[in-house]
Design a protein around this ligand. Sequence first.
Ligand SMILES: [Zn+2]
Length: 218
Amino acid sequence: MKIFTIPSELKLLIDGYDKINYQLWNDEENNDVKTFRSLIRNHYLLNQNFTCFYCRQYIFSTNGLHWQVEHILPKSLFPQFLFEPKNLIVICPRCNGEKGDQNPHVKGNQGRSQKSYPSKSGRFTIIHPLFDTYEDHITRIPAQHCDYPDHYFLQARTAKGKATVRMCYLDRFTQEFAGFPDLKGKQVECLDNFLERDLNTLSKEQKKELVQKIMDSM
Ligand SMILES: [Zn+2]
């Protein structure tokens, strides 16, 4: 992924930002902010080949309705990185809505005082476009089961992959694949936990507990 370079005409905007008032991002009266957002969106859309970074959905459009600029460390919690190109990618509105203000810094709230942008994969609980390779953590499996040739689901292979799936609710593809569109995230999580366990190694009590969790989520 090629990092966005801030053009010299926007340096004033960046230098003048107080690193606190993150609401500036949505200031529709501020032409510099609007230019910045649009340049970022176009830059990363091309770099990401019109594919959402988290769910890998391909949408051939540059329209802002389909794409949102994502702050990996959320702007409300890390306003100091509002205009940090390393903290920005482009994602689909659904992933953006799911991720919301969840904090992927390994140190959680303690990480919020960090002044310079983290430079290592280990600082993030989820996949980072600059420090990780997506395919090392999540496998994209074609469903090959119906009339939709591009239908696939995402299988987490590592702790980072799992955290990304959880944070952006990427299980939604598995649900659609499985034909259970009404299942809630919590229910899928409980069922996944159940399916991942080796039932032969569990005691009767442990099995009961797992089943109870599924029942409670319904
Ligand atoms: Zn997405």
